[in-house]
Design a protein around this ligand. Sequence first.
Ligand code: SF4
Length: 126
Amino acid sequence: VAQGVARVENVYGVAVTAEGNRLARCCLEDAFEPAAAAWRGLGTIPGSGLALRPEYSRFDAALRLGLDLADDGEAPGCRCGDVICGRIAPRDCPRFGVTCTPARPAGPCMVSSEGTCAAYARYGRQ
Ligand code: SF4
């Protein structure tokens, strides 16, 4: 700025290598293995998540508490999957602005302020 030059630089290179934190990655690899994961709006995708390796199953809260963490589905009529995949715009969901608003969200895309539908409700042009 002082030299009147405008550009973008990645300053994280000072502290982080392209390989990341090798010790942390080693610990993660020791404790976890690739596993199917349920993603809101997308369903279950094989190998897209991490699960504790069998030798650490004693720390698996879902196992110990008998929790079912499978895809919890979408609210009826919610089109979040189509919205986040870019197949439709939020306004194309019949619930948008009617039975799903930032104040009373029906689907995950409207829940948090950075959700696609919530952002569209706040900043989108009608
Ligand atoms: S407007 Fe609401 S119900 Fe429709 S896709 Fe977005 S979050 Fe789901």
